[in-house]
Write a protein that binds this ligand. Sequence first.
Ligand code: AMP
Length: 421
Amino acid sequence: MTKLIRSIKGTYDILPENSGKWQQLESTIRKIAGQFAYEEIRTPIFEKTDLFSRSVGTETDIISKEMYSWADRDGSSLTLRPELTASVVRAFIQHNLGGKAPLQRLFYMGPLFRRERPQRGRQRQFHQFGVEAFGSAHPEQDGEIISLAFSLLKALGLSDLSLNLNSIGSPECRKNYRNALQDFLRPFLSELSETSQKRFETNPLRILDTKAAHEIEIIQNAPNITAFLTEEDQSHFEAVQSFLNALNIPFILDSKMVRGIDYYTRTTFEITSTSLGAQDALLGGGRYDNLVEDLGGKPTPAIGFAAGMERILLAMGTMDESTPINTTDIYMVNLDLTGLSVAIKLTQSLRQAGFDVQFETLRRSMKAQMREANRSGAKYAFILGETEIQEKTVVIKNLNSGEQETKSIANIDEIIKNLTI
Ligand code: AMP
């Protein structure tokens, strides 16, 4: 027997019964992004591996163990994108978007790939919506980005939200903090897990993300990054907070939230939902004022966030719900094989007039076709039997009222005018 080929672990199909809610989510995202004047950017699914290792950082989980990379035929290393900020920054530099307008507000939606251990809310192919604003170093830009995130989640009806906010300052202040954190952790080194011991050397700030209870207890007394912020970092951070207060967006200051990615500077934030389980992060983002320059562009401050679309659907409680979108207006019932070309032409005219028309191609019985017409949600069935084909007419049945009338096909314009959908 032929062996069935199944989808890859950690990936899944979005079937027609589920694609309706994806379309709704996508259209709400487009609407809110439009309200804030963000424009869509679409970049390739794969990029040179260097792009990600140079931006996200080689010591992060994403780069060190989660990338789908391979050697292309010419030997160059390529990678399925594990995140989108790096790609958007690459495109920003490559197309000199900064030279075209001093402020570029961009949004994206699309699939990403990370070789993680699959569980609820965590896949190997998943989707993110994200925004990036290039050009402004001012705190009102941070406020705008966070308020966009909040507006979107509110527009989707989500309420159990918690916004965690922090500032991780400039790279200089982070270097000092890193040293202080290492000094603090050194006496506890033998008590730390193997992963944290490794991170102690490579990326000690990541230890603050630990989920292990005994490590959480240790880091409770660790120094706070807030104490290492420069005066400018501090006043920027305070201004961001006052914008959020003015917008009535509640937040929690979380000085231990450093986020794992190397390119962040100053503001970092995360929004979680209490209605999600272990994977409770809906979105995360922050400022990355040096990334454009680090990747070879002109110095350009920037800030953005990325939201997991599956997580949003899970929080909305609609992830497992089937919400078919059915847009059939008219079901074309064909009973006379000699009249099929008449039926096809009539169908084409109706579609050109803007109606959604289902055309029967299974040559089923009258009863079966009418059952299908009712099931399709169509408002009208157009019935073409032997008599109708001979007389060049069509029976138009209103499937809601049950009323029907016979019309001459020659009067197609009048038929179209009288259809109320
Ligand atoms: P990150 O790019 O890691 O900051 O993730 C941003 C958001 O993407 C997270 O808050 C999640 O909502 C979502 N996300 C990240 N990784 C996954 C994954 N493997 N599966 C599903 N959603 C994810």
